[in-house]
Design a binder for this molecule. Structure first.
Ligand code: SF4
Length: 143
């Protein structure tokens, strides 16, 4: 549960819930790297399924925080559900596009990342943490 008072200015990093391919796992592991390691004071996350089912508290969270979506593929489930919930996606990342820049890499499976996969997850997380810092700076005046 998000402590609203403590996280008023945090950026929400929301991964898709893709299962069965490495793309969804990369989106989630990259998210954890951001919120647990790279920017724990500046970011937070929430469960995409809560938005999909219309959970009132989750809807309020995305409407009152800047959001970054990390999606496995171009179907962009996280981005679209944040937007349908009335949230603002300040940056949308698609793992499939990132993988195009890592041709030949063997990132792993839907259940486990390889060393290549962890390196890619960290690349995504570094990008997202940087984008979150920019969004927070831009949001300082309106929060
Ligand atoms: S964005 Fe792609 S990988 Fe993620 S949940 Fe949607 S269809 Fe699955």
């Amino acid at each position: 549960m998000i402590d609203r008072k403590a996280t008023k200015k945090r950026v929400l990093v929301i991964p898709c819930s893709g299962i069965g391919k490495v793309h969804g796992l990369l989106s989630r592991e990259a998210t954890y790297l951001v919120v647990d390691e790279l920017a724990p004071e500046e970011t937070d996350t929430l469960c995409l399924a809560l938005l999909v089912k219309g959970d009132p508290e989750a809807l309020e969270e995305v409407r009152t925080h800047k959001c970054i979506a990390i999606d496995g593929c171009a179907k962009a489930c996280a981005q679209k559900n944040v937007e349908m919930a009335g949230g603002q996606v300040g940056k949308a990342v698609q793992v499939a596009s990132v993988l195009h820049d890592h041709r030949g890499a063997q990132p792993g499976t839907g259940s486990a990342l390889t060393d290549d996969g962890w390196a890619i997850a960290r690349d995504i997380a570094t990008l997202v943490a940087s984008e979150a810092a920019c969004l927070r700076d831009g949001a300082e005046g309106d929060r």
